[in-house]
Structure formats: structure tokens, C-alpha cells
Design a protein around this ligand. Structure first.
Ligand code: ADP
Ligand code: ADP
Length: 223
């Protein structure tokens, strides 16, 4: 089954104005369930725009976005928020963890927002953090964790609500090469185990090589 479909996506900034930028001009992408795809794009090619559209933060000017078989192209803000919370997970280059909360609280909170009971949320958070190799770090606040550990918590948080699709923008881009590889491997293990699909932007060919395939974004097209 298909986890994510981007059909004929068009995005033009400043349409009809002097500084018009056609960033996406018919971009197509299908992620099958369980498929992990590397997104490679030179700076300015529209990677952020594409991830924002796939993540329902932005809407395309034309084309269709389908998440887990559900067409969300014309969906209400409320519906999009529900799909964002339940079916999509996000990891960024910088962790964006809540600094005043512990690692486990950072993984529990999105579940509470999604209607999960405190008890179930805690159990799931412990399991995810354990999978990410953080069983001894659950009650640490982000500032007391290393960069690699912070990203591991961010990955556990992204998977907290059992998404169908993980969207990641340079998830290990701010880590040194060794840490980056270890964190990426932990991410891949968890993704494979959960069977979710992932679109992972990276500039690192070695990491791209560990994924199922690579798509490049250039001239407004994915290929
Ligand atoms: P990337 O993430 O690949 O660097 P972006 O998606 O951020 O690329 O941007 C792609 C192009 O669109 C760039 O030329 C950028 O300047 C332009 N752009 C992005 N957002 C806007 C906006 N809100 N208004 C006008 N131009 C924009
Ligand atoms: P990783 O490879 O996971 O990024 P590091 O090699 O950077 O880990 O860090 C090794 C250990 O040092 C970690 O277990 C981490 O808890 C600890 N550590 C790193 N930075 C800090 C910090 N600012 N405060 C407390 N402990 C830290």
C-alpha cells in the first residue's frame, strides 16, 4: 500500500510578480509502506518547500497530497492537524526538544496531545527511548544530553504517535561523522522495525546509500 503520494505538485512563489520563483513544477513521488527514500537536493532547489508540503505545513498551488490513502489536498486545517499529529512524524536538523522537560516527557507529550492515556504514553515512550539506546537517559533534560542523544530523543518523539510516514530534514546533519552514523543506524533500525515509510533529506552519500533509493530534486522535478 502507499504511505505517501505527491502527485504533480506545483509551487510558485510570487506568481506573476517580478521575482517569481517556480520551485516545484510537477513533482511526483510515491512512498510505498516501509520504503525509505533519500531526498537529495542542492541548496535552494526547494527541499524545504517540498518537505513542508509533504508535512502539511504548506499547500501546493496545484497537485495532490495523499497520506496513508487519505487525500488531504483540500482538507480543513483541523483535519490536516489531525493527520500531522497521527500519521506524520518529523525530525529536523536541530532537535527542537522542549528544554524544560525531560527526555521521556518530550516523548510523552505529543502522545497526550493525540489523546493517548498517560500510562500508555509513558510505556510507549520508554520502549522507544530504550530502542534508541537511551534507557539510562530518560529523566535527563536536553541540556544534559550529548548532541547525538538529543537527536535520538527527537527521533523517539517523532515516532511517538506511530506515524505512517517519517519526514526528516538532515536528521544527523549537525553531528560529527561518527555520531551521525550511529544515530542514523539507530534511526534506520527503528524505522525498519516499525515498518513505516520515510523521506529523509541528506547531503551525505553514505547515508543515502543505506536507504532503499534516492530521489533528487532539481528544476522543480523529483527524479
Ligand atoms: P531549499 O530548502 O532546497 O534550500 P527552499 O524550499 O527553501 O529550498 O526554497 C526554494 C526557492 O524558493 C529558493 O529560491 C527560495 O529563495 C525560494 N523561496 C522559498 N520560500 C519563499 C517564499 N516564502 N517566498 C518567495 N520565495 C521563496
Ligand atoms: P553520542 O555519541 O551519543 O553523541 P557523546 O560521545 O557525544 O555521545 O557523549 C558521551 C557521553 O557524554 C554521553 O553518554 C552523554 O550523556 C555525556 N554528555 C555529553 N555531553 C554532555 C553534557 N553537556 N552534559 C552531560 N553529559 C554529557
Amino acid at each position: 500500500s502507499k504511505a505517501l503520494e505527491l502527485n504533480d505538485i506545483e509551487k510558485i512563489y510570487k506568481r506573476g510578480e517580478p521575482g517569481e520563483v517556480a520551485v516545484l513544477r510537477g513533482a511526483e513521488l510515491t512512498l510505498e509502506a516501509g520504503e525509505v527514500v533519500a531526498l537529495v537536493a542542492p541548496s535552494g532547489a526547494g527541499k524545504s518547500t517540498l518537505l513542508h508540503i509533504a508535512g502539511l505545513l504548506d499547500t501546493p498551488d496545484a497537485g495532490q497530497v495523499v497520506v496513508g490513502g487519505q487525500d488531504v489536498t483540500g482538507a480543513s486545517d483541523r483535519q490536516r492537524t489531525r493527520v500531522r499529529r497521527g500519521d506524520l512524524g518529523f525530525v529536523y536538523q536541530f532537535h527542537h526538544l522542549l528544554p524544560e522537560f525531560t527526555a521521556i516527557e518530550n516523548v510523552v507529550l505529543p502522545q497526550l496531545a493525540n489523546g493517548v492515556s498517560a500510562r500508555d504514553a509513558k510505556a510507549r515512550a520508554e520502549k522507544l527511548l530504550d530502542h534508541m539506546g537511551l534507557s539510562g537517559r530518560m529523566t535527563h533534560r536536553p541540556a544534559a544530553l550529548s548532541g547525538g542523544e538529543q537527536q535520538r530523543v527527537a527521533i523517539a518523539r517523532a515516532l511517538a504517535n506511530g506515524p505512517k510516514v517519517l519526514l526528516a530534514d538532515e536528521p544527523t546533519g549537525n553531528l560529527d561523522p561518527g555520531t551521525s552514523e550511529r544515530v542514523f543506524n539507530a534511526l534506520m533500525d527503528l524505522v525498519r522495525e516499525t515498518g513505516l515509510a520515510a523521506l529523509i533529506a541528506t547531503h551525505n552519500p553514505e547515508l543515502a546509500g543505506k536507504m532503499d533509493r534516492t530521489v533528487t530534486l532539481s528544476d522543480g522535478l523529483l527524479r
